[in-house]
Design a binder for this molecule. Structure first.
Ligand code: GAP
Length: 451
C-alpha cells in the first residue's frame, strides 16, 4: 500500500524519532527539519545505497565532496544569479507575499484584496558574508545545487585520476534554497541534501546516455523498494526547461499529496563546462552561454582520434535525499489488524532499515541474559551490515511493536534456554514467524536479509 495519510506518516516520524521540526522548542522554523536517531540511519543508508550504485559498482565514476559556500563568480556564470528566481507579489493591505502562480485573478489568497504589487523576481539563493567585515564587499552563497562545484572541479578530478570521457563525477550533500512556500512535510524545504551525478560524454552521444540514465535511475528506485505503479515518467515541455537544459525527464513519485518530482534527469549539454571556461571562442559551444572574463581554465578534453579539443556534454541525474526518505517511508508504511489490534509496520528493504536487528534479553537487567545478548549484539554488529541494538526493556511485546514501527527486519530473543544451549528465538518483521536457531544458523539467517 502506498499513499498513506500525511498525518500518519508525520506522527510516526515524530513518535519513533525519524524526523522532527527544527527549533521546535522556539515554535519551529518553516521549511527546516532535523533527522532523529532513526531518521539519520535511514538517510545514511539511502545515501550509501546511492553511492554504492553510482560510484563503487561502476568503473566510470569518481566521487567528490566540495565546499558548500560558493563564490559569486561560480553562480554568476552558472546563470543562478540571473535566473534562479521566483516572481513574487506583495499584498499592500495584509502584507503577505505570494508566488505569481499562487494568485488567481490578481486576488490575495489571504485577505481577498486586489491591492497587489507588480510581480518582482526574488532570488532563491542564501547569501552570507565572508571574512570579518560585513560591509557587503565579500560574500558567498550557500550552494543551491551540488552540481556547480562538480563543474568547477572538473579539471582537478580529470587530472588527478586519468579519466577519459565518458565518465562521471558524483556528489551528495547539502543544498540551500530560500523557498517561498516550503511545505508538504519534507517535500519542499529550505535546506536539503541532493545526490547528483554529472556524467560527461561526447556531444553526439548525449541522447543515448540520457536514455540510459533515465532507465538506470528508475531501476535503482525500484531496487530501493518503490513500486513501479507509484513512479511516473514526465518529460518536461520545452518552454519549461531550465536555462541549461536541452531535455529533462522527471521521475514523479506518488507522495501522499499526489504525484510530484522525486528526481530529475537533465541533458545539461555543454552549458556548465562551457560557461566556466576561459577562451570560449576556441570551442564550438552548443549551449547559450554568457561570455566569461574571469575563468582561468579551459574545461575541455582532447579527442584522442582527431586530436581536437572539445567541451563534453553532461547528463545529470539529480535526486533529493529528503524526498527519497519521504517516498520510502510512505512506501513502507503499513497498518494491519493482528488479533484485534492495529499493527503498524515499516516494511523497508533490510539494507535501508535504521536498525538491522534488535537483541532482546527476556528479563530486564538479568546479568547472564544481558551479557549474552551484548556479546551477540557485538558479533552481529561486527558483520558490518549496519546498526544492531540491545533492547533491554524486558517487555518482548513492546519491543516487537517498536521495532515493527521502525522497520527492524529481525528481533532476536535471548532466554534461559539460550544460556544452556546457545539457541535463540528469531522473529521476522513481515511474517511475524518465529524460529529457534543455533549460533551458526543464526549468522546464516541474519546474512540472508542482506544478500
Ligand atoms: N542540479 C539540478 C537540480 O538541482 P532540481 O530539479 O532543482 O535540479 C533536483 O533539484 C532534486 O532536488 C529534485 O528532484 C528534488 O528531489 C530535490 N529538491 C529540489 N528542491 C528541493 C526542496 N526545496 N526541498 C527538497 N528537495 C528538493
Amino acid at each position: 500500500m502506498a499513499s498513506n495519510s500525511m498525518e500518519d506518516l508525520v506522527a510516526l516520524c515524530k513518535r519513533r524519532g525519524f524526523i522532527f521540526q527544527s527549533d521546535e522548542i522556539y515554535g519551529g522554523q518553516k521549511g527546516l527539519y532535523s533527522f532523529g536517531p532513526m531518521g539519520v540511519e535511514l538517510k545514511n543508508n539511502l545515501k550509501q545505497a546511492w553511492w554504492k550504485a553510482m560510484v563503487w559498482q561502476r568503473d566510470d565514476v569518481e566521487g567528490l565532496d566540495a565546499s558548500l559556500l560558493t563564490s559569486p563568480n561560480v553562480l554568476k556564470y552558472s546563470g543562478h544569479e540571473d535566473t534562479f528566481t521566483d516572481p513574487l507579489s506583495d499584498c499592500k493591505d495584509c502584507k503577505s507575499r505570494w508566488r505569481e502562480d499562487q494568485l488567481t485573478d490578481g486576488i490575495c489568497p489571504n485577505c481577498g484584496s486586489k491591492n497587489l504589487t507588480e510581480a518582482r523576481p526574488f532570488n532563491l539563493m542564501f547569501k552570507t558574508s565572508i571574512g570579518p567585515v560585513d560591509d557587503g564587499s565579500s560574500y558567498a552563497y550557500l550552494r543551491p545545487e551540488t552540481a556547480q562545484q562538480i563543474f568547477t572541479n572538473f579539471k582537478n578530478v580529470l587530472d588527478s585520476t586519468n579519466r577519459a570521457v565518458p565518465f562521471g563525477i558524483a556528489q551528495m550533500g547539502k543544498s540551500f534554497r530560500n523557498e517561498i512556500t516550503p511545505g508538504k512535510f519534507i517535500f519542499r524545504v529550505r535546506e536539503f541534501e541532493q545526490m547528483e551525478l554529472e556524467f560527461f560524454c561526447k556531444p553526439d552521444t548525449d541522447e543515448e546516455w540520457f536514455k540510459y540514465w533515465v532507465q538506470s535511475r528508475i531501476d535503482w528506485w525500484l531496487e530501493q523498494g518503490i513500486k513501479k505503479e507509484n513512479i511516473e515518467v514526465f518529460e518536461a515541455p520545452e518552454d519549461d526547461l531550465s536555462h541549461y537544459s536541452k531535455a529533462t525527464t522527471d521521475l514523479l513519485y506518488k507522495f501522499p499529496h499526489g504525484f510530484e518530482e522525486l528526481e530529475g534527469i537533465a541533458n545539461r549539454q555543454d552549458f556548465d563546462l562551457g560557461s566556466h571556461s576561459k577562451n570560449q571562442s576556441e570551442f564550438n559551444i552548443k549551449a547559450k552561454v554568457m561570455e566569461n572574463k574571469d575563468s582561468t581554465t579551459k574545461l575541455a578534453v582532447q579527442d584522442l582520434d582527431t586530436k581536437e579539443w572539445y567541451i563534453p556534454f553532461c547528463i545529470e541525474p539529480s535526486a533529493g535525499v529528503e524526498r527519497g526518505v519521504f517516498a520510502l517511508l510512505n512506501e513502507a508504511y503499513n497498518e494491519e489488524e493482528v488479533e484485534g489490534k492495529t499493527r503498524v509496520v515499516l516494511s523497508l528493504k533490510p539494507h535501508l532499515s535504521p536498525i538491522k536487528a534488535a537483541v532482546i534479553p527476556l528479563k530486564r537487567n538479568n546479568e547472564d541474559l544481558v551479557n549474552h545478548a551484548k556479546d551477540l549484539k557485538n558479533k552481529l554488529q561486527m558483520l558490518g551490515m549496519g546498526r544492531v541494538i540491545l533492547e533491554n526493556s524486558g517487555n518482548i511485546g513492546k519491543s516487537y511493536r517498536r521495532h515493527d514501527e521502525v522497520g527492524t527486519p529481525i528481533c532476536i530473543t535471548v532466554d534461559f534456554e539460550t544460556l544452556e544451549n546457545q539457541t535463540v528465538t528469531v522473529r521476522d518483521r513481515d511474517t511475524m514467524e518465529q524460529k529457534r536457531l543455533g549460533p551458526e544458523e543464526l549468522i546464516n539467517y541474519y546474512g540472508q536479509y542482506f544478500e
